[in-house]
Design a protein around this ligand. Structure first.
Ligand code: F6R
Length: 618
C-alpha cells in the first residue's frame, strides 16, 4: 500500500515524479504529494488521484531532485494534512515520504511532543520526520545548526522506529542527493545515465531504465545524478549487483484498451503461454520446473503441502489443493495468511509450504511464511514479481511470468498461478508414480490448448457484455460451483464485488441448501458454473433448486452442451476441455462479466474504492 518515488537527475524532477506516481497509483489513491528541492523545499499535496495533485503544481519548477507519494490511508483519514511528503521545521528543513507502518509511533509521538515537536498530521510517518530532525539539529528549533550528515541520522532513526518502511527523503543541507531506506516494504533503485530513480516498484521508472538494484532490509542508499551508493545496517558500503528487468514499458501501458483490467484479461492468451514457456516437454510427457526446493526423493516422501495466500491468490491455492490431492495424492491444506500467522500450526512430517502471491509483498503472506521458520519445513513461492521480498524469504521460487499487472483486480496473475499449480501437481504426480506418462502427455496437450481456448472465450465478449448489462441493476449476485469450480465461484464473486460494488457471494453449490438458499429472491442472478465433469448432474440439481425459488440462472457451460438451455435463463459458453482444466476458461468468463458490469455502472475499474493492489500492511 502506498507508493513512493524519488528522483536525482539532471532535468526537472516534477514531470518524472508525476509520471512515476501515475504508474504507482494502483498502490493507493487516497491522496498524493511531491517535494522538489529548489533553493528551498517546495511541497505540493492533494486529496484523491494524481491528476488532482498535478493541478496544484505551478508550471515553473526546475528542481532536479525530488520525492513523491501516493497514499492508501492507514493512520489518519485521506486529507491534505495527512498526505505525504511530511516536512520538519518551518521553513521546511527536510522532507520525507514513507510506505509502511511505524508500530511504536504512539510512544514516540508522545515523547517528541513532550520535547516540543509539533505534529501537523495524524500519520505515523511524521514521527520519522521529527526523529530525523532531532538527530540532525539536536532539538525542535527550526533554526538549529546541523550537527551531522543525513545518512547517519537516518540510521539512528531506523534504530528507534519499529515496523515496516520504505523511505525516500530530501534535505537541502545536502542538495543534489536523494536518501532512501528500507525495512519490510518494497524498494528498488533504477540506475540511469546521469540520473537515478527510487520507487516501490520498477514499473514507476521502467520508461527510463531497466537496470535496477534491489534494496534489502535495513539497507540505506544515497542517490545523486551520477552515483548510487548503498550501505548495510552498520553503515558499511555494499557492492550491490545491478540487475536487468525483463518487463518493458509497453507491458505497463494500456495499449489502447479502456482499462488495464480489460487489457490484462485479453493478455491471458499470451501470458499463459509465457508461464508455460520452457516448462513443458510435450514429447516426453514431462514438466521441467526451475526453482523447486526439493529433490525428487524428497518429493516422493513428502507428507503434506501447506498453501498460504490471500484474496485471489488464496482462490488459486484452493484449486491447487484439489489438484495436489487428486493428481499427486498428497495431503494439501490451504489457508488465508491473516489467520495462519496467528495460529500455532501443527507442522508434522515432511511439509512443503507454498506461498502464492502476485506481488510477492503481501504483508500477511510474508508473515505466514516467516512463522514457519520455527519449523523444519521447506518453503517456496509462486510469484509474479522478480526480486520481490517473498523471493528472498523462501527456499525456492517459481515465477508466473504474467508481466506487470496494474489493474487492482487480479486477472492474468490468477490464471498464471493456476497454470503453475497444474504443472507442479503433474510434476509431483509423475515423480510419485501417481500418473502414467501417457496420461500426463494428454494432460499436457490439454494445457497447451488453453491459450487458444481463452481466445475463444474472449471472442464471445459481446454476449457476456449483454448479460452483464442486463443484470447490472441487481442488488446481490450469487456464484455456484462444485469441486474445482468452487474456487472459481469464489473468485467470480470477489471480482464482481470488488470492481462493481454489487454484493456477491460464492458458494460450494452443495452448501446452498444448508442456509444461503434463504437469501434467494425472485430475479436474484445466480451464476452456476456447469461445465461437464463428475459433478455436472449435481450442479444441474442445484440449478433446479434455485430456479424453484424464482431466481434467475446464468450458466457457464460447454459449447456442445445443448441440454443446459432447458434449465437456465442465460448460457455463457466455454470451449469443451478436460474437467480439470475448464475452470481456467470459466474464470475468464467471470472476469469479463465483472468487468462489463462495473463498466455499465461507471465504476473506477482499475482503481476501485478502498482497495490497493499491493497490501503491504497487516
Ligand atoms: C483481488 C486481489 C487481491 C489479491 C490479494 C493478495 O483481485 O487482487 O485479493 O489477490 O491482495 O495479493 P498478492 O497475490 O499480491 O499476495
Amino acid at each position: 500500500m502506498c507508493g513512493i518515488v524519488g528522483y536525482a537527475g539532471n532535468r526537472p524532477a516534477v514531470p518524472v515524479l508525476i509520471e512515476s506516481l501515475k504508474k504507482l497509483e494502483y498502490r493507493g489513491y487516497d491522496s498524493a504529494g511531491i517535494t522538489v528541492l529548489e533553493d528551498k523545499l517546495e511541497t505540493f499535496k492533494a486529496v484523491g488521484k494524481i491528476v488532482n495533485l498535478e493541478a496544484e503544481i505551478p508550471e515553473k519548477l526546475d528542481g532536479v531532485v525530488g520525492i513523491g507519494h501516493t497514499r492508501w490511508a492507514t493512520h489518519g483519514r485521506p486529507s491534505t494534512q495527512n498526505a505525504h511528503p511530511h516536512n520538519s521545521g518551518g521553513p521546511a528543513r527536510l522532507s520525507l515520504v514513507h510506505n509502511g507502518i511505524i508500530e511504536n509511533y504512539m510512544v514516540l509521538k508522545e515523547e517528541l511532543e513532550r520535547e516540543g515537536y509539533v505534529f501537523k498530521s495524524e500519520t505515523d510517518t511524521e514521527v520519522i520526520v521529527h526523529l530525523l530532525h532531532r538527530e540532525l539539529f539536536g532539538g525542535p528549533s527550526c533554526s538549529g545548526e546541523c550537527k551531522q550528515e543525513f545518512l547517519p541520522a537516518l540510521r539512528q532513526a531506523m534504530g528507534i522506529i519499529k515496523g515496516s518502511y520504505a523511505i525516500a527523503a530530501v534535505y537541502p543541507e545536502e542538495p543534489g542527493k536523494l536518501f532512501v531506506a528500507r525495512k519490510d516494504s518494497p524498494l528498488v533503485i533504477g540506475v540511469g545515465c546521469g540520473e537515478n530513480f527510487a520507487a516501490s516498484d520498477v514499473t514507476a521508472f521502467l520508461g527510463h531504465t531497466k537496470d535496477v538494484i534491489y534494496v534489502n532490509d535495513y539497507e540505506t542508499a544515497v542517490l545523486s545524478p551520477d552515483e548510487v551508493r548503498v550501505f548495510g545496517k552498520d553503515g558499511e558500503i555494499l557492492d550491490k549487483t545491478v540487475e536487468k528487468v525483463e518487463w518493458d514499458i509497453e507491458a505497463a501501458e494500456k495499449a489502447g484498451y479502456e482499462h488495464f483490467m480489460l487489457k490484462e484479461i485479453h493478455e491471458q492468451v499470451s501470458s499463459i503461454n509465457n508461464t508455460l514457456a520452457g516448462k513443458i516437454l510435450e514429447l516426453e510427457g514431462d514438466i521441467e520446473l526451475e526453482g523447486l526446493p526439493l529433490s525428487e526423493e524428497e518429493i516422493r516422501t513428502l507428507s503434506k503441502i501447506q498453501i498460504l495466500a490471500c484474496g485471489t491468490s488464496w482462490h488459486a491455492g484452493l484449486l491447487g489443493k484439489y489438484l495436489f490431492e487428486q493428481l499427486a495424492g498428497i495431503h494439501a491444506d490451504v489457508e488465508v495468511c491473516s489467520e495462519y500467522r496467528y495460529r500455532n500450526p501443527v507442522v508434522e512430517g515432511k511439509t512443503l509450504a507454498i506461498a502464492i502471491t502476485q506481488s510477492g509483498e503481501t504483508a500477511d503472506t510474508l508473515a505466514a511464511i516467516r512463522s514457519l521458520n520455527a519449523y523444519n519445513c521447506r518453503t517456496m513461492a509462486i510469484t509474479n514479481v522478480v526480486g520481490s521480498t517473498i523471493t528472498r524469504e523462501t527456499d525456492g521460487v517459481i515465477y508466473t511470468r504474467a508481466g506487470p499487472e496494474i489493474g487492482v483486480a487480479s486477472t492474468k496473475a490468477f490464471t498464471a498461478q493456476l497454470i503453475v499449480l497444474y504443472l507442479l501437481a503433474v510434476k509431483f504426480a509423475l515423480i510419485r508414480g501417481k500418473l502414467e506418462q501417457d496420461t500426463a502427455k494428454n494432460f499436457i496437450k490439454g494445457i497447451k490448448k488453453i491459450p487458444g481456448q481463452v481466445q475463444q472465450v474472449l471472442s464471445q465478449k459481446d454476449a457476456i457484455k449483454e448479460c452483464a448489462e442486463s443484470f447490472s441493476g441487481a442488488k446481490s449476485y450469487f456464484f455456484l460451483g462444485r469441486h474445482l469450480n468452487f474456487p472459481i465461484a469464489l473468485e467470480g464473486a470477489l471480482k464482481l464485488k470488488e470492481i462493481s460494488y454489487i454484493h456477491a457471494e460464492g458458494f460450494a453449490a452443495g452448501e446452498l441448501k444448508h442456509g444461503p438458499i434463504a437469501l434467494l429472491e425472485e430475479g436474484t442472478p445466480v451464476v452456476a458454473i456447469a461445465t461437464k465433469g463428475q459433478t455436472y448432474e449435481k450442479i444441474l440439481s442445484n440449478i433446479k433448486e434455485v430456479k424453484a425459488r424464482d431466481a434467475t440462472v446464468i450458466a457457464v457451460a460447454d459449447t456442445d452442451d445443448t441440454e443446459i438451455e432447458k434449465y437456465v435463463d442465460v448460457v455463457l459458453r466455454v470451449p469443451s476441455a478436460d474437467e480439470l482444466l475448464s475452470p481456467i476458461l470459466s474464470c475468464v468468463v467471470l472476469q469479463l462479466l465483472a468487468y462489463y458490469t462495473a463498466l455499465a455502472l461507471g465504476r473506477s475499474i482499475d482503481k476501485p474504492r478502498n482497495l490497493a493492489k499491493s497490501v503491504t500492511v497487516e
